[in-house]
Design a protein around this ligand. Sequence first.
Ligand code: FEO
Length: 412
Amino acid sequence: MKTLKIADGIYMLTLNVEDILFEGIWEIRNGVTLNSYLVQGEKTALIDGVIGWDGVPETLYKNLEEIGIDPKEVDYLVLNHMEPDHSGWISNFKKIKDDITIVCTDKAARMVESFYGRDNVRIVKEGDTLDLGKGKVLSFHPVPNVHWPETMYTYERSTKTLFSCDMFGAFGVMTDHYFDDELTPEEIDFFELEGIRYYSNILTTYTPSVRKAIEKAKTFEINIIAPGHGPVYRKNPEKIIDDYYRFSLYAKGAGKDEVTILWGSMYGMTAKAVEYIEKILQREGVKYNKIEMPKETISEMIATVFRSAGIVIAAPTYEYKLFPPIATALNELGRKRITGKLAFRFGSYGWSGGAERELHEIMERNKMQWDLIESVEFEGTPREDDLKKIEARVLELIDKMKEKVVEEGQLA
Ligand code: FEO
């Protein structure tokens, strides 16, 4: 764990976590940071909490001591969000100081009781304040359903710091650089993709609520955005707000200027056509990603499809339906409410189709409203005329996806 001063009287305590399934589901190949913050006036508040994934908060206590704070002197625990990556240390903290006051929304208060058996809670509503003394005043601003119902922002007035918890967060561990102005160009690219991974895996289902939270963030005068995961933004906090807005557009069909081939093949027939379209995409100078299911993780599949303006679905018929790993992937994209994507499907069948019917069933059941270019199905291996049809549809996709492209900086 590392401790950094982010403003006068405000510290970040950050911990890198790797080799876990986030939320017990999501493979995070580049890890994640858990950030908590300490605000010191005459009284001291700890905002969101960091513990080891094993639930042991001793490192947090040690780091508090390094900045001259005895854990027993912490007066308030501010809970922006109850998900245990931010709140899991409460039970242990009780052993240190039983009468600590937990500050949270009414919805969180109920969870504090049911998760941790606690009731010494101070419930806050929109605009309520907590004066810590020495000029440090916290105000509280619910942003419900990001991505749980009880979530809120905490804002410190004197330093104009927004503690945003999951909002404006990113996966990816931090090593030497913790602030936006310290990041190298490679690290900026890294956190762009890890921000997309975070948004698409964790928040995208709640995009309408995230949009409201973006609008609320814009009502504050902000010098620093201090999220619960990923870098702190102090040079240009507007950038991460704009990025999050852009990600919210990706959830509704926009994307970067790239194609993702979401594919699976039983015996290589569909794979032949995948190889063929790769040559077309290379010839046309189109950036593309390949996601082969079921070899790739659902987490990476969602993140990659989410950020792409054009999708090629390459999947054969299996048992009169869509190749199951691709059906699973599309259902997961539907559950995440990733709508409006431009897509083209092709695939092989042995003696009868069926994949196409299930593709449409998945789209309708999940109300995905994807813009589907007419599919191409071929019996057995793709012949010359099948490949010509596929080429024409891929060119149509490349042409149409121009309307879907929203790149970084385009919205500023
Ligand atoms: Fe970082 Fe929703 O927890």
